[in-house]
Design a protein around this ligand. Structure first.
Ligand SMILES: Cc1cn([C@H]2C[C@H](O)[C@@H](COP(=O)(O)OP(=O)(O)O[C@H]3O[C@@H](C)C(=O)[C@@H](O)[C@H]3O)O2)c(=O)[nH]c1=O
Length: 184
């Protein structure tokens, strides 16, 4: 795998190095030893998969409150999405900045998102599937959310939003009281 650190400290784009033969290809998508170079040495305790039918759908922007902040490894295995993260780490040099990248079944890229980030995506095609690895369990009541259109962040979504959950429409807007997330 090839790890490329983004402008955000500890956020990595992970590219596969598939080994091809007459049958197709084979590739690692996670290796404890290789991932050490990113600084991540945790353990995946949950894997999730989502399917999104319509192009233009937004899911996000989600995080878990401390002490349940989580690292996520996100990969698109069908279709194409614009994947977005927001740096919520208190005292980070890139605090409140966002970053977006196209993930698709075709480019086979993944993003390693450390604790202290909100995550979301918009589908750029119908019938998109994502898989997630998490190093913390999902817990109701510890979920935090940031509005996909919060002017304090100003994410430029590539398409008009066609579908979004009630929950994602109800995230409160950030105000000056928000000082970020303390990570472990
Ligand atoms: C995230 C999650 C949801 N659920 C349940 C709650 C709800 O009934 C149903 C759908 O949940 P949501 O509406 O929160 O699904 P969704 O909006 O797709 O949530 C996901 O969004 C992306 C952007 C992420 O980063 C993920 O970590 C996750 O937060 O599944 C679980 O049982 N376990 C989980 O880990």
């Amino acid at each position: 795998m090839i790890f490329t650190e983004t402008l955000f400290k500890n956020v990595f784009i992970v590219d596969m190095q598939p080994i091809t033969d007459n049958r197709g290809w084979f590739s690692r998508i996670y290796c404890k030893d290789e991932f050490r170079q990113t600084g991540f040495s945790g353990e995946w305790v949950q894997m999730n998969q989502s399917f999104t039918a319509s192009e233009g759908t937004v899911r996000g922007m989600h995080y878990q409150h401390p002490p349940y902040s989580e690292t996520k490894l996100v990969r698109c295995i069908a279709g194409k999405v614009f994947d977005v993260i927001i740096d919520l780490r208190e005292s980070s040099e890139t605090f409140m900045q966002w970053f977006g990248i196209e993930l698709s079944a075709k480019n086979k890229r993944a993003v390693l998102i450390p604790e202290g980030f909100a995550h979301g995506f918009q589908t750029l095609e119908p019938n998109c599937e994502l898989i997630y690895c998490h190093n913390e369990m999902f817990m109701r009541g510890v979920e935090g959310g940031i509005a996909y259109n919060d002017p304090a962040i100003g994410i430029s979504w590539p398409l008009p939003v066609t579908e979004i959950s009630e929950r994602d429409l109800s995230h409160p807007l950030l105000n000056s009281d928000f000082k970020g997330i303390k990570i472990k």
